[in-house]
Unconditional design. Structure first.
Length: 268
């Protein structure tokens, strides 16, 4: 985790009230609710307050519902609204009522809004770089979750939690996740990445489709040189193991240290 990310995370967790009301305005949530035609009763734990508290709870070091309710109370006190009970049952029920399609809508719109604020100065050599990464998430131990996302075989039945594998496309410029897919835990990373291909725009590498085959190959060779440029730092007095004589291989063995071959390739 970078220092900047850690600072922002600490700032959010140490804030009083509900800091996400500034990052995710009430107007944006109401617009999404209106577009999805979601009906809800006017109550203390409405979707807006509940969503702000839920996002804070996820990022907070203290992830208890009691801590989330205390942030709601601090927010309502600042708004000079009647202070509710500190009981967490109302908040937990409201969190369970949050529509999944609302979260998905806000996920997509937030990433899109950040992308629209980009300028040419933010891009890397004029490229809007995307990064694909994967992780795992656990969920409550229910029959439905266990059926959809079984717990790892290393955990004894009844003693573990369902775990799902997620794949995400991040924007290198904004840091926002622009696409997400979910699958079972034993899914290979490559298979998970293939599910994200549909979220990439056609001709994502600008003007590459229009160039000749010869120019494409030249671009490909250039990319290879960029890839081999110091992938492993040079270490003094280190001899490349593959430069020694070993049993026959199906490919030619290295006859020089890696840094010399890399330099030769870059000047080719």
């Amino acid at each position: 985790m970078t220092l900047r990310v850690q600072i922002l995370k600490d700032k959010l967790s140490q804030s009083l009230g509900l800091p996400f009301q500034e990052l995710l305005p009430e107007s944006a949530i109401k617009q999404a609710i209106s577009e999805l035609k979601i009906k809800y009763k006017k109550r203390l734990f409405d979707p807006i307050i509940t969503l702000w508290a839920f996002l804070s709870q996820v990022l907070d070091t203290d992830k208890s519902c009691h801590n989330a309710v205390s942030k709601i109370i601090a927010h309502l006190a600042e708004e000079e609204v009647e202070i509710p009970s500190s009981d967490t049952s109302g908040y937990c029920q409201a969190r369970a009522r949050l529509p999944e399609k609302l979260l998905e809508k806000l996920f997509n719109s937030s990433a899109k809004n950040l992308e629209e604020q980009m300028t040419e100065d933010h891009l890397w050599y004029g490229r809007n770089i995307k990064v694909i990464d994967g992780s795992t998430v656990s969920m409550p131990d229910t029959v439905e979750n266990q059926k959809e996302y079984p717990q790892p075989s290393s955990q004894k039945p009844g003693c573990g939690f369902p775990i799902a594998k997620i794949g995400v496309i991040f924007s290198l410029v904004t840091g926002a996740a622009v696409a997400l897919c979910i699958d079972v835990l034993n899914t290979h990373d490559i298979k998970l990445a293939r599910k994200l291909y549909s979220f990439l725009k056609p001709n994502f590498i600008d003007k590459l489709e229009a160039v000749t085959l010869q120019k494409r190959r030249r671009i490909y060779r250039t990319l290879l040189k960029v890839i081999v440029h110091k992938p492993v730092p040079d270490r003094p007095a280190r001899t490349e193991p593959r430069a020694r004589k070993r049993r026959p291989k199906a490919y030619p063995s290295m006859t020089k240290p890696r840094h010399e071959l890399r330099k030769q390739l870059q000047t080719a």
